[in-house]
Design a protein. Structure first.
Length: 397
């Protein structure tokens, strides 16, 4: 049984001091967290008016269909995801760490959005369930199970992208899948995020033409949600999308693959371009070497200096790092997030299971990203905080 937070009014200064000590202790960083390059904001970052703050839960790689060891048993992914959702629902009563970030030391209070960067399903190989079953479990656990409210007391919105397992289920794979294809996750992501009229169905959805790219402006910051990785095809879409905003508007990229790219996800450049064990054909562009692809992306990013950060999953653990590009002339802040099922560290040490909470202060052009541990004491876990990074979204920084 999960222990819920209780808010109490404490009048004595002694108990208040002890409470502050406990908060400080709960904010210890995980040993698995990467070193943090923290931009130290002015005190205004900590004292910002809530009206001008937006807060986002960020996670990835839910992998419905897999099993893992969790709290003393080997369980299905829905059990682990249900447990994480229960902890996410407790966030409003949690208190941010005193890390000099946005709203440091204050109650979380509200969550405006929940962003999930793909691999909702696992590839339906061998005894793994179908994408259809995985989507139904996801819908129950997340879309119906998350009860967070935003700062206007409305339900938090979902921001969904796809991952390579979701795409493979839709288009097929070099190894046998059962069924051979199931595009349930892709169709639902497309319909929920793009709101087409009429909506797509499993019969008329076509991954080649129906990439679920979309964007959203949140308090003066432009969020772009990109299918798989920002290859040359995605860059055409992004170029058009960015032309609709002022060049000084900060922009963020959310996608599945790391910013360096994942070679096996690209389209086979050889022969008839058929998928095989080396090329899964999930990214539209033909593979032509990591360096060449990174150079193309670097040119695009250099031409759009308002793109300030990149958020991804796929290879999962909490990490905050900087992408400088092949020529070392970029400064893109990158945020990698853990997975409840396939974390590099948390798969074998479940006390390191985490997601991230983003706090956006658009007025001061600041963004704080915090690692949030949710299973450090098993079923009796309280929310605790790990690594934290605050970056400037200003083009002058």
């Amino acid at each position: 049984m999960l222990i819920k937070y209780k808010t109490k009014i404490i009048s004595t200064s002694l108990i208040f001091s002890l409470f502050n000590c406990l908060i400080f202790y709960s904010c210890k960083q995980s040993e698995a967290s990467s070193p943090v390059n923290v931009f130290i904001p002015s005190p205004i970052a900590q004292l910002s008016d809530t009206v001008h703050i937006s807060q986002i839960v960020f996670t990835s790689d839910l992998h419905y269909g897999l099993k893992r060891a969790f709290r003393g048993k080997v369980v299905d992914a829905n059990v682990v995801n249900e447990a994480m959702v229960s902890q996410i629902n407790l966030l409003p009563e949690a208190v941010f760490p005193r890390d000099k970030g946005i709203n440091a030391g204050r109650k979380v209070g509200f969550i405006d959005y929940v962003a999930i960067n793909g691999d909702i399903s696992n590839r339906q190989q061998s005894s793994i369930q179908s994408a259809y079953v995985s989507w139904n479990q996801f819908e129950t656990d997340y879309l119906k199970g998350i009860h967070l409210k935003n700062k206007k007391n409305n339900e938090a919105e979902f921001l969904l992208t796809c991952g390579n397992h979701d795409v493979a289920n839709a288009i097929g794979f070099s190894k046998t899948l059962n069924p051979a294809t199931d595009n349930s996750v892709m169709v639902n992501i497309y319909n929920l995020m793009l709101h087409p009229i009429p909506q797509k169905t499993s019969r008329n959805y076509n991954y080649s033409s129906d990439k679920p790219n979309f964007s959203k402006d949140i308090d003066g910051v432009h969020f772009m949600f990109i299918t798989m990785w920002p290859d040359s095809a995605a860059q055409i879409w992004m170029e058009k999308d960015l032309s609709t905003i002022d060049s000084n508007t900060p922009a963020l990229i959310f996608t599945h693959d790391p910013i360096a790219g994942e070679p096996t996800h690209f389209t086979n450049p050889l022969g008839n371009h058929s998928m095989n064990e080396n090329y899964e054909n999930e990214v539209e562009e033909n593979f032509k070497g990591n360096l060449a692809l990174q150079k193309e992306l670097a040119v695009f990013l250099k031409n759009h200096p308002n793109i300030k950060a990149y958020f991804h999953g796929h290879t999962n653990y909490n990490q905050f790092y900087t992408f400088v590009g092949p020529d070392g002339n970029l400064d893109i802040k990158v945020f990698r997030v853990d997975s409840p099922m396939k974390g590099e560290f948390s798969e074998t040490d479940e006390t390191k299971l985490s997601f991230q909470v983003l706090s956006l202060d658009a007025g001061n052009q600041l963004l704080t990203v915090r690692e949030c541990f949710w299973n450090q004491s098993g079923a009796y876990s309280l929310i605790s905080w790990g690594a934290s990074s605050t970056i400037s979204l200003s083009q002058n920084k």
